[in-house]
Design a protein around this ligand. Structure first.
Ligand SMILES: Cc1cc2nc3c(=O)[nH]c(=O)nc-3n(C[C@H](O)[C@H](O)[C@H](O)COP(=O)(O)OP(=O)(O)OC[C@H]3O[C@@H](n4cnc5c(N)ncnc54)[C@H](O)[C@@H]3O)c2cc1C
Length: 308
C-alpha cells in the first residue's frame, strides 16, 4: 500500500491568493505544498496589469511568473495538477488528485479562484476552439485583421475589446444592458476607440457557422439585421467559483456559491481557510491586490492555528 504524504498545510490554487499565502506561510515557518493547475492563476491570461501598486506595465503572464518565482524562492514545492475531491478523515483532510494519488494535511487553504461563466446558448460548445473563446489574450492573435465580437460589460469584457482592437479590424462589444459596468478607465478607452462598436441592450441567442463561427444571432434587429457577421466570439460573461471539489467539506457559501470567510480568512469548517476570488472576502472585489491580501491574512491565521 502506498503511504499517504502528510503536510501541515496544503494550498490549493497557484494564483495570486495561493502564491501570496505561500510566501507568508514560508516566512512563518509553516511547511506546505501548493497544488495548482495554472501557474500564476487567471492573471496569466491578462494582457496587461497596471493597477498593482509599485508594478507598472507588466503583462499578466510575466506578473504570474514573478509571483511564482517569489514563492519558490522560499523553497515551496508547486505540484501541477487538479484537486478532484477533499475528504475529512479524522484529524486530517485527504486530498484526491485528478491524476491519481492522495495527499493529506492538518489545514487547507482553498485559493482556486473562479471559472468562466458560459452563456449556455446553441453553438457555444460546438464552436469552442473554432471561433468561440473565453480568453482574448490567449486566442486574440488568431484573429489578425478580422472581425470579432466580445460579449459582456465588465472590466474584463472592456479590456478584452480594447486588446482585440489592437489586432483585429473590427470589434463589436455586445452587452445586454444600456450602460457598460466596467471602470470609467475602461469605458473611456472603449468609447474613444474607433475600431470598437458597442451594441447595447442586446443578447446573443445562437452562434452560427459551418466549420467555424461565421455569425451570431441577436435577440433583436441591429442595423437592419438580426445577425452580425463575425470570425470569432469572445465570451466575457462573468465567472463562478471553482469549488466543485469541496462539496464534502460542507462550507458555508453565499447564494452564488462563493465561500463565506471571516476577517482572518477562515471558513465555517475548522481547519479550512479560503482566499481570493473564490470567497466573499474584500467585498467580492476580485482583484490581484485583494487576492494577495486575503492569502497573506490566511497564512498568518493558519500559522497561529497550527502552533496551537
Ligand atoms: C481578463 C481579466 C483581466 C484582469 N485584469 C486584472 C487587472 O488588471 N488587475 C487586477 O488586479 N486583477 C485583474 N483581474 C482579476 C485577477 O485576475 C483575479 O482577481 C486574480 O487572479 C484572483 O486570484 P486568485 O488567486 O483568487 O484566483 P486565480 O487567479 O483564478 O487562481 C486560481 C488558481 O487555482 C487553480 N485551480 C482552480 N481549480 C483548481 C483545482 N480543482 N485544483 C487545483 N488547482 C485549481 C487555478 O488553476 C489557478 O492556479 C483580471 C481578470 C481577468 C479574467
Amino acid at each position: 500500500m502506498t503511504e499517504i504524504k502528510t503536510y501541515p498545510l496544503i494550498i490549493i490554487g497557484a494564483g495570486p491568493a495561493g502564491l501570496a499565502a505561500s510566501i507568508y506561510a514560508s516566512r512563518y515557518g509553516v511547511k506546505h505544498i501548493i497544488v495548482g493547475e495554472l501557474l500564476g492563476g487567471l492573471i496569466a491570461e491578462t494582457h496587461l496589469i497596471d493597477n498593482y501598486p509599485g508594478i507598472e506595465d507588466v503583462t499578466g503572464f510575466e506578473f504570474g511568473q514573478k509571483l511564482a518565482h517569489h514563492a519558490q524562492k522560499y523553497g515551496v514545492e508547486i505540484m501541477p495538477g487538479r484537486v478532484q475531491k477533499i475528504f475529512k478523515a479524522e484529524a486530517d483532510f485527504e486530498i484526491e488528485l485528478a491524476g491519481g494519488g492522495i495527499i493529506s494535511s492538518k489545514a487547507i487553504l482553498i485559493a482556486t479562484g473562479t471559472k468562466h461563466r458560459k452563456l449556455g446558448i446553441k453553438g457555444e460548445e460546438e464552436f469552442l476552439g473554432k471561433g468561440v473563446s473565453y480568453c482574448a489574450t490567449c486566442d486574440g492573435f488568431f484573429y489578425k485583421n478580422k472581425t470579432v465580437a466580445v460579449v459582456g460589460g465588465s472590466d474584463s469584457a472592456a479590456g478584452a475589446a480594447v486588446y482585440l482592437s489592437e489586432i483585429c479590424e473590427k470589434v463589436y462589444l455586445i452587452y445586454r444592458r444600456k450602460k457598460l459596468r466596467a471602470e470609467d478607465f475602461w469605458v473611456n478607452l472603449v468609447e474613444k476607440n474607433s475600431k470598437i462598436e458597442v451594441v447595447y441592450n442586446t443578447n446573443i441567442v445562437e452562434i452560427l457557422g459551418a466549420e467555424k463561427v461565421c455569425e451570431v444571432q441577436l435577440d433583436k434587429i441591429y442595423k437592419n439585421a438580426e445577425t452580425l457577421s463575425v470570425d470569432g466570439l469572445f465570451i466575457e460573461a462573468g465567472s463562478v467559483p471553482s469549488i466543485d471539489f469541496a462539496g464534502g467539506l460542507e462550507l458555508e457559501t453565499d447564494e452564488n456559491g462563493y465561500i463565506k470567510i471571516k476577517s482572518d480568512s477562515s471558513t465555517s469548517t475548522l481547519g479550512v481557510w479560503a482566499a481570493g476570488d473564490t470567497t466573499t472576502g474584500s467585498d467580492k472585489f476580485c482583484q490581484v491586490i485583494t487576492a494577495c491580501a486575503e492569502g497573506a491574512i490566511a497564512a498568518r491565521s493558519i500559522s497561529n492555528y497550527l502552533k496551537k
